[in-house]
Design a protein around this ligand. Structure first.
Ligand SMILES: [Ca+2]
Length: 549
C-alpha cells in the first residue's frame, strides 16, 4: 500500500497551467490595491501599521511586553473538511471495529498530526448540514441563535451581527487569510463573509469538467494524471494557494510581530466522490471490509423520527444495488486518502518554512455522512453517523506527545478553545438572549480537557435539524443518544424564517433513546424501558443548552 501511495501526484506540477493561481497574479493583485507595493513591501507596510494594535495588546494584557508577544502570539491553521466522517487511521477503534466496518483508512499524514495533537474522539456538530454547521462552529453559537437552518440563510441577516472565529483573531491584530470552503459559500455567508478577512478571500474555483455526464448529484469518478495536468482538481488548487501564501508570509510571521490565522477548507470527500485514480488503488474493490454487514442499513423500524429527507444518493426506491454501494463507499474512502495527502502537503510545507513550532493546527469537519448506515445515504439526520466528526488540535509545547480525550464535546467549542490556546482574551459566554450581542459564544473552551484529558466536565452535545414542520433535537450524553421532536407553533412574519415558538411532541411519543453500550449503530429504541432515567438526562442537557451549567 505504501508503494502505491508514494506515487500520488505532486500538485505543484499540476498547478503550473492555472494562471489564476500563479504567484505573479497574486502579486499583481496586491500591487493594484496598494499602489506599487511588492509582497515584501506590502507586509512591511502592514508591520508599520501594527504599532497601534501592539499598544492595545499591551494595555489588554497589563504587563505584557512586545518581546513576550513574540513568544505567546501563536499562528493558527484552521482546517475544515466537507462531509468527513471520523474514519481516519487515528480514529480506528479496535474495540468497535464494526462501527465503520473493519476497514482501516489510509491517512498517514493526519495520523502523524494526531500523534502530536489531542484527538477528541467524540465531537458533535450542532447541525448536520454545511451552512448551518459551519455557521455554528464559526460563530460559537447554536442554530437556534444563528437561525441558520439551511444553506441559503446568512446569520448576519436572520440571526445577528455575530463576531466569528477568524474575525476575532483579526480584531486582535492577526493577519487573517481564508482559502477554499470555510464558510458555506454564496448566500449563507454573503460570499465568504467579508468582515473576518484582512486579505482577499481565495474562493474555490468551480469546474464541472469531472462531474458526471448525467447531471446526477451523486456519483464517483477517478481522474487520470493526464486529466489533472490539464485541469487540477479544486482542492489541489487550494493547496497550492495555501503553500504559496504561507511562503510569502513566513518571513514576517517568524519575526513574531505579525501573527496570522489561516482558514483552509477542502471540498473532498464531499460528493461527487472524485479524486486521482491512484487513491482508488488503496482500496481494492473486492475487499470485504469496504461494506458493512447488511443489517446496518436494513432497520426500517426506527424511521422516520430520527431522519428527514436528506438523501443525496439513491435510486427511485431509495435503495442502491450492492455493487453500487461498494463502488460508492470505496470512492468516498479514496477521497479521504486524497484529502489526507493534500493536508500533508501543507503540514510538510509548514515544517520546511520553520513555522510549525509556533503554529496551532486545528483539523475538523462540518458534519459526518451516512454511507448507507441507518438506511441512509447523505446527511441531515440526528443519528450519530451524521453528527460525529473528527477534531484534532495540535498546540506546540502542550500536545507534542499526543493525547486523546473521550469526553463528549461540540464543534462550537472550537472557537473559545483556539482563542484560549492562542493566548487571546477569552470570549464572554452568551447570556440567555444574545441576538443583539456581537461578541459572545455558547461553546466552552476545551483547554481544561487538553491540560487534563480525563476531565469530563461537559460531556454533553446537542444537535438539531429542522424539517419545515418543527425541529428535531438530539442529545449525546455519555453513552446515550436521545432524540425528540418539537412542532413549529409560530414564526416571525417579518422575514418568514425566525422560529419563535415550538411545542414538544407530547408524552415522549416522538422520542428515541439509543444506548451505545450495546447499540453503537443506533437500531434499538429503548426510550420506553423503565430502567432508563430519561428525565435526568434531559435536565442536565437543557442546562447545558441554556448555558446554565
Ligand atoms: Ca458539508
Amino acid at each position: 500500500m505504501s508503494t502505491i501511495y508514494s506515487i500520488a501526484p505532486d500538485i505543484r506540477d499540476y498547478a503550473k497551467p492555472i494562471s489564476m493561481y500563479n504567484i505573479n497574479d497574486i502579486l499583481q493583485k496586491y500591487q493594484d490595491k496598494a499602489g506599487a507595493l511588492s509582497w515584501t513591501n506590502y507586509f512591511a507596510a502592514i508591520l508599520e501599521t501594527k504599532t497601534t494594535r501592539t499598544s492595545l495588546k499591551q494595555t489588554r494584557n497589563g504587563v505584557e511586553t512586545v518581546s513576550s508577544n513574540k513568544q505567546t502570539m501563536k499562528n493558527i491553521l484552521f482546517i475544515i473538511i466537507d462531509d468527513l466522517r471520523p474514519q481516519l487511521g487515528a480514529y480506528f477503534d479496535p474495540e468497535h471495529p464494526d462501527y465503520f466496518s473493519q476497514l482501516k483508512i489510509y491517512t498517514p499524514n493526519l495520523d502523524k498530526l494526531a500523534s502530536q495533537s489531542i484527538v477528541f474522539k467524540h465531537t458533535y456538530v450542532q447541525y448536520s448540514l454545511c451552512g448551518s454547521s459551519r455557521t455554528s462552529l464559526l460563530t460559537g453559537r447554536r442554530p437556534d441563535v444563528t437561525r441558520v437552518f439551511g444553506n441559503h440563510w446568512y446569520w448576519r441577516d436572520v440571526g445577528g451581527n455575530f463576531t466569528t472565529l477568524p474575525q476575532y483573531f483579526k480584531d486582535n491584530g492577526y493577519l487573517t487569510i481564508g482559502l477554499g470552503k470555510v464558510f458555506h459559500p454564496r448566500a449563507s455567508s454573503n460570499n465568504d463573509d467579508p468582515p473576518p478577512w484582512t486579505e482577499p478571500y481565495h474562493q474555490v474555483p468551480y469546474t464541472d469538467k469531472y462531474f458526471l455526464s448525467n447531471g446526477s448529484i451523486g456519483g464517483w469518478n477517478s481522474v487520470s494524471q493526464k486529466d489533472v495536468e490539464e485541469l487540477p482538481l479544486a482542492d489541489m488548487m487550494s493547496t497550492v494557494t495555501a503553500k504559496t501564501t504561507l511562503s510569502n508570509i513566513s518571513k514576517i510571521a517568524k519575526t513574531g510581530e505579525q501573527p496570522f490565522f489561516m482558514a483552509l477548507g477542502y471540498n473532498k470527500p464531499h460528493l461527487h466522490f472524485i479524486c486521482p485514480e491512484e487513491y482508488f488503488y488503496l482500496y481494492p474493490l473486492e475487499d470485504k471490509d469496504i461494506c458493512m454487514a447488511n443489517e446496518s442499513w436494513q432497520k426500517p423500524n426506527i424511521r422516520p423520527q430520527v431522519w428527514i429527507d436528506g438523501l443525496e444518493m439513491s435510486d427511485e426506491k431509495r435503495f442502491l444495488p450492492p455493487d453500487v454501494l461498494r463502488k460508492l463507499r470505496r470512492a468516498y474512502f479514496a477521497c479521504i486518502s486524497y484529502m489526507d495527502h493534500l493536508v500533508g502537503e501543507v503540514l510538510q510545507h509548514l515544517n520546511e518554512l520553520g513555522l510549525a513550532d509556533n503554529m496551532i493546527v486545528s483539523f475538523m469537519a462540518d458534519h459526518e455522512y451516512h454511507l448507507g448506515e441507518n438506511e441512509h445515504w447523505g446527511k441531515i439526520t440526528t443519528f450519530e453517523f451524521a453528527n460525529r466528526v473528527p477534531l484534532i488540535i495540535r498546540i506546540p509545547g502542550i500536545t507534542d506527545s499526543g493525547m486523546t480525550s473521550s469526553s463528549i464535546v461540540e464543534s462550537l467549542d472550537v472557537f473559545p478553545t483556539l482563542v484560549e490556546a492562542a493566548g487571546l482574551d477569552p470570549v464572554p459566554n452568551c447570556p440567555r438572549n444574545s441576538f443583539d450581542i456581537s461578541l459572545c459564544v455558547q461553546g466552552t473552551s476545551l483547554m481544561p480537557l487538553i491540560i487534563e484529558p480525563n476531565n469530563n466536565s461537559k460531556d454533553v452535545a446537542i444537535s438539531q435539524i429542522v424539517d419545515g414542520r418543527g425541529m428535531y433535537y438530539a442529545i449525546r450524553k455519555r453513552v446515550f443518544r436521545f432524540v425528540d421532536y418539537a412542532y413549529l407553533k409560530a414564526i416571525d412574519a417579518a422575514d418568514g424564517k425566525r422560529i419563535t415558538s415550538l411545542e414538544w411532541c407530547a408524552n415522549m411519543k416522538c422520542a428515541k433513546l439509543f444506548d451505545h453500550r450495546n447499540d453503537i449503530l443506533e437500531q434499538i429504541n429503548v426510550v420506553n424501558e423503565t430502567s432508563y432515567n430519561v428525565n435526568a438526562l434531559l435536565v442536565d442537557s437543557y442546562l447545558i443548552y441554556f448555558g446554565v451549567a
